[in-house]
Design a protein around this ligand. Structure first.
Ligand SMILES: [Zn+2]
Length: 141
């Protein structure tokens, strides 16, 4: 187990970890779902794996990756490799968290809480960008 970094959303340093047995979808295998969640703001990451230790390792790695202070926009390849992890989209039509589609040839990220706003790879860097964590607004002096 690795040390958890502070929350990627609010920087509070009190995440908790929970592992519960759960049947995987669509495989039907018995496994574990591990959630790491911030006690302050509720920001969370969830991973499922056949073995509890694998799920924990995967969730911890994802949490810590998101906690990286360097929050440059993802490259399109990095975005495609996010593997079910939420990303923060900043775009002309939408700004917020979403989970990019896996294996998406046509669109790569769709925002579930807004009706049918799709983001296309060909427009990446032109009308939208994706980040590991919510980007800070530019500082004003
Ligand atoms: Zn938080």
């Amino acid at each position: 187990m690795s040390e958890l970094k502070p929350c990627p959303c609010c920087d509070a340093d009190n995440p908790f970890k929970r592992a519960i047995p759960e049947v995987g979808i669509p495989s039907g295998d018995s496994g574990y779902r591990v959630t790491i969640k911030c006690r302050d703001c509720g920001c969370s990451i969830t991973r499922w794996a056949l073995k509890k230790a694998w799920a924990i390792e995967s969730a911890e790695a994802a949490w810590n990756r998101r906690a990286q202070p360097d929050n440059a926009p993802l490259t399109l390849d990095e975005l495609r490799g996010m593997d079910g992890e939420p990303v923060y989209i900043v775009g002309r039509l939408y700004g917020g968290w979403t989970v990019p589609w896996r294996n998406a040839a046509k669109y790569i990220a769709r925002c579930p809480d807004e009706a049918n706003i799709s983001h296309y790879p060909k427009d990446y860097g032109k009308t939208w960008l994706a980040y590991r964590t919510k980007p800070e607004p530019p500082e004003r002096s």
